[in-house]
Write a protein of this length. Structure first.
Length: 288
């Protein structure tokens, strides 16, 4: 199968519809534009999410429980905006359910991803790895970037699958990250602004995420694709309201802020890089 695919193949493992764009949208659009094969695997339909579109409020889990189906459509539209055609739901559409925020009763739902059997869930991903044989995989760190149970489980399943897949698994594994210097710039840029996501944050260490700059391995500049990322964010209207601070960043910083995404390297050898910490500008750097 892989002989029919492009030489460079990137696999991304995300928890909910909208995670793909928020954390890695510019990276996905960038690699699609370079001719790489980009495969997105999303683990749940986001059934327990909020709804920021009032006329859709009755789709909520506590009412019609139809939000998952609606977010599937949002996810398809967002992937189309990014140019990502190979997009899959782990184990098939609806196999694993959004677990809700940590500690909520929804964590105990029988189909909650947080309850998934690790090797059974990983086996679904191994199947995709054996088909695609990605050289590079992107997922979250052990804390799921910010501690959501589905993000933590996505990390565990992705790392377990890479272990089980052996030679068919990725040679390099990256975890999404945000450099502390970028967070500090963001706190400064938003100081005093109306929709300030950092309003309650006294110091950067109070945030559930943030990585020392020297621990970052790659900085992917997808500023050329910032408009695609913004269009993909707009596709996720139930999760990202028009007045979201994410658009505020885009407005103030343009592509510079929203179009650049950062990663730590969890597996594989770092390729050539630049700057004070040798940040790679290509996730496939150093691969044959
Ligand atoms: C980006 C992300 O992972 N979003 C998740 C998250 O959404 C949060 C949740 O609705 C919370 O109640 C809000 O206060 C917070 O602002 C949201 O980011 O968790 C949802 C439920 O598991 C999930 O559907 C959504 O995709
Ligand atoms: Zn998520």
């Amino acid at each position: 199968m892989t002989e029919e695919l492009p030489a460079r193949r990137l696999l991304l493992v995300h928890a909910h519809p909208d995670d793909e764009v928020i954390g890695t949208g510019a990276t996905m659009a960038h690699y699609v534009s370079t001719g790489a094969h980009v495969t997105l695997v999303t683990c749940t339909l986001g059934e327990e999410g909020e709804i920021h579109v009032p006329e859709l409020s009755r789709l909520a889990a506590a009412e019609a429980d139809q939000l998952g189906g609606y977010r599937l459509v949002e996810w398809e539209r967002a992937c189309s905006a990014l140019g990502v055609t190979d997009r899959r739901m782990l184990g098939g559409t609806g196999r694993y359910r959004d677990s809700g925020m940590m500690g909520l009763p929804t964590n105990e739902h029988p189909r909650a991803f947080w309850q998934a059997d690790l090797d059974e869930a990983a086996a679904h991903l191994v199947e995709i790895m054996r088909e695609i044989r990605p050289q590079v995989m992107i997922t979250y760190d052990e804390n799921g970037f910010y501690g959501h149970p589905d993000h933590i489980q996505a990390h565990r399943v992705a790392m377990r699958a890479a272990e089980l897949a052996g030679v068919d698994g990725p040679e390099k594994i990256y975890w999404t990250a945000m450099p502390l210097s970028v967070l500090l710039d963001g706190m400064e840029a938003f100081r005093g602004s109306e929709s300030n996501p950092f309003a309650e944050v006294e110091k950067v260490d109070d945030l559930p995420f943030g990585t020392p700059d020297e621990e970052i391995a790659a900085r992917i500049d997808g500023t050329d694709h910032y408009a695609k990322k913004t269009a993909a964010m707009r596709a996720h209207a139930t999760q990202i309201p028009d007045n979201s601070w994410l658009y505020g960043i885009a407005g103030d910083f343009g592509g510079e802020f929203m179009g650049v995404e950062y990663y730590t390297l969890a597996k594989g050898a770092r390729g050539s890089g630049s700057g004070p910490y040798g940040w790679e500008s290509d996730l496939f750097s150093g691969l044959a």
